[in-house]
Design a protein around this ligand. Sequence first.
Ligand code: CS2
Length: 488
Amino acid sequence: MSELDRQVLRSLPKEIRQPEYDLETTARGIVHLGPGAFHRAHQAVYTDLAMSAQGGNWKIDGVSLRSKDLRDKLKDQDNLYSLMVLDDSPYVQIIGAFNQIFVLGEQRKQVMDAMTDPNTHIISLTVTEKGYCLSNKGELDWQNTDIKHDLANPEAPISAIGLLVAALKVRFAQQNAQLTIISCDNVSDNGDKLAKAVMTFAAEVSTPLANWIAQNICFPNTMVDSITPATNDELRATTKGKIGVEDAWPIQRESFSQWVVEDKFSGPRPAWDKVGVTFTDDVHKYERAKLRVLNGTHSTLAYLGTLCGLETVYSAICIAPIEQFIRKLLSQEILPSIGNSDAMDLDQYADDIINRYHNKHIRHLLAQIAWDGSQKLPFRILNAIRDNIKEERSISLLCVPIAAWCLFVGKRYKEQQELVDPIAETLLALAQKHADFPLQLADAIMDLTSVFDDLTTNEEFRSIVKRHVLSLSSINQHNLNVCLSDLA
Ligand code: CS2
């Protein structure tokens, strides 16, 4: 059976959507750091559609900071891949937006050439929360090992921040400032934080460089949203069934997709506005609502669901007491924490998100969402807790995902299962020390200032979390009704 490549496009079934621009002659205009599943299901799709709608040389060079898999798999298929959109009427769309994929460690020169080429007008990133190397204050973390490495080896950086500064140094020498740097990660004020981290690092390299970046390069804030479960063999098989050829790395996502971008660019951009991207002066209200309503409840489902032995978001939300708990958490504590938002009807927004979780065609693993809790929970839950404390609103329900995370860490240790988290070693050492003593484990986890910052010393917060740890310590699918109703 043949593989997906440019040759076979003409013979694909008629219903398969395809790029409508010239795949051979369209050139690169974007370099993207971290071309993982989310980027390929989201920004790359908007870019593909924008090129189909209005042309332009906006193909993407993807830069994998570590893994070689994507480059090696996509190169045999002319960097094409299929997007499977899953809802009641699923469809497949072939995405042609990638020009090339590089692996940083092996192709430094090509990566630098692409990032510093005057025709590259956008560098974007999906490097996950930990990829920004920030402290709990949202500032560049000088203790981060990648940052230390990059300061000592500025010509061979391994972090996204070090890499951006190395490229900006070359562009500064060329006075080549037609460049916008776009963070597409679930980090609050992602553009502002990235700008600050880049300028802080750049100031160590040279003050004129830092000043030039501050005066010339825009880092718009963004809000990104589309549920994108990891690729699995089932997807490979259904994709092949639909397109009739092998695709080594198809991507799947729900049909809902949203991208809100601050209208602040220091160079040209693709016709993203023609294909559904919202440009606005104030991304903050969208991003705060999305991080708290969607990502906050996602993490809650991930930890509560895993404790109950559930596997997917769909299986968890279909359990009535869990859905009731999520709705109560939203209406009593998450939505009030967001405050007034002229931009959206928050009740409707929350309702729509719960409906998205009920999409039976999406098998989104709770284990995938549970990754990197130490990095995700501060943005998703702890900031809402802080806002509620400030305004003297209740925080009890928001403490549930924190308690569930502490129990989840203990469970992973006991079951000898991998814990995916940049501070996994620390967490597992605590779990080992306090095995069989969940309250002590929760206390020890809440002492971690890198995660909890000021909340480490908040006695009210700590005691509520511990109360929930007790209520949830033996939760399972049979008693969850009782356990969850104890959590007022
Ligand atoms: C999820 C997100 O994996 C996770 O932590 O909460 O990836 C979520 O699916 C996306 O942000 C949806 O836009």
